[in-house]
Design a protein around this ligand. Sequence first.
Ligand SMILES: *[C@@H]1O[C@H](CO)[C@@H](O)[C@H](O)[C@H]1NC(C)=O
Ligand SMILES: *[C@@H]1O[C@H](CO)[C@@H](O)[C@H](O)[C@H]1NC(C)=O
Ligand SMILES: *[C@@H]1O[C@H](CO)[C@@H](O)[C@H](O)[C@H]1NC(C)=O
Length: 367
Amino acid sequence: MGLKLNIATLLVLLIFTTSAANAQPTVFNVVKKYGGKVNEDITLPLTNAWKDACATQGGSKVVVPAGTYRLGPVQLNGPCKSPIELKVRGTLQAPGDLSFFKWGSWVSFLRVDQLTLSGNGTFDGQGKSVWGKYGGALPIFHLHVFACKNVTLLHLNIRAPGDSPNTDGIHMGRSTRIRIIDSKIGTGDDCISLGDGNQDILIQKVTCGPGHGISIGSLGRYENEEPVVGVKVLDCKLRNTMNGVRIKTWPASLSGIASDMHFENIYMKNVSNPIIIDQVYCPWNQCKAQIPSKIKISKVSFKNIRGTSQTKEAVKLLCSKAIPCENVEISDIDLAYQGSDGPATSQCTNVNPTILGRQNPPACTLK
Ligand SMILES: *[C@@H]1O[C@H](CO)[C@@H](O)[C@H](O)[C@H]1NC(C)=O
Ligand SMILES: *[C@@H]1O[C@H](CO)[C@@H](O)[C@H](O)[C@H]1NC(C)=O
Ligand SMILES: *[C@@H]1O[C@H](CO)[C@@H](O)[C@H](O)[C@H]1NC(C)=O
């Protein structure tokens, strides 16, 4: 990912919540009450329905019925008077013209407590019409969870082509208690990426591919980064991705912490770099690679990870020369190199992992 990110084709099925829905919410139908029409722009009807719903006591529900609608950038802001739900049954199409985007996102929810976004609808970012045309403020990521607490993302389906630029599936930052469960994500960039300041994160039963895999970091590039503590990635599948599960930090970084990160029961197929800790992450030589990272990585486990690797180096634990990784465990690894020029290898630098169970490739064959 970079700073220039793009609108992508986004398909969201049945989303999420922070609260249980109220028994009898007041309904605000964008078509029936607010003049929205199929095949027309519903930016204003939706904005008005949201405002009324947000000001309502005792629970409210904004409904976008089945049908296709155009939708410009909207900010659906709180605080609201009571729990609020947005139910989308239709398809919402973003403008194909970047000049519409005066701020960084297409549909944003700000300062809303007890929000539920639900429905079988589609958010269609119309990414194809803008890929390659950079400039101005662009919407970032498919789904950006920033400074949120207690969010569950359930049954999401995010789709963008494997060659689409900067289309992270879900990026989260500075958030606590986030669950991503039972979802499918195919993109041209990270499937899920976690920036600094995330705590108590669970990613479970997520299928990724194509894309760049599940990534913690990159960390250590900016000042005032907060620790990443408590990440579990369980029961996931990755297919045809550029990385599997990865933790990456920049060399020459400021001090920081990434701790208590666990990857368990993961199936990989045709994945390059299936398991990787990369503390020498320095793409396009944008850093002083010879100065070691000062991010301290500790309490990491990779357990029961199996499948096939597209590259020979199936396991790479490249820790910082200044601050070696601590309490790293690898157990029950079975990753076969699918090429024919020899078996898979495993590399360990500045780390002395605890090794348990089956090890294919043999643990730490390269130092
Ligand atoms: C998180 O949200 C759920 C509802 O989705 C609620 O039951 C629970 O109490 C919340 N937890 C915290 C710590 O706020
Ligand atoms: C959602 O389901 C309804 C029927 O319940 C259907 O009419 C509508 O087309 C569906 N929406 C999408 C985007 O598939
Ligand atoms: C393996 O994954 C790469 C992308 O990393 C893809 O281009 C290639 O087609 C995949 N191979 C198979 C056999 O699916």
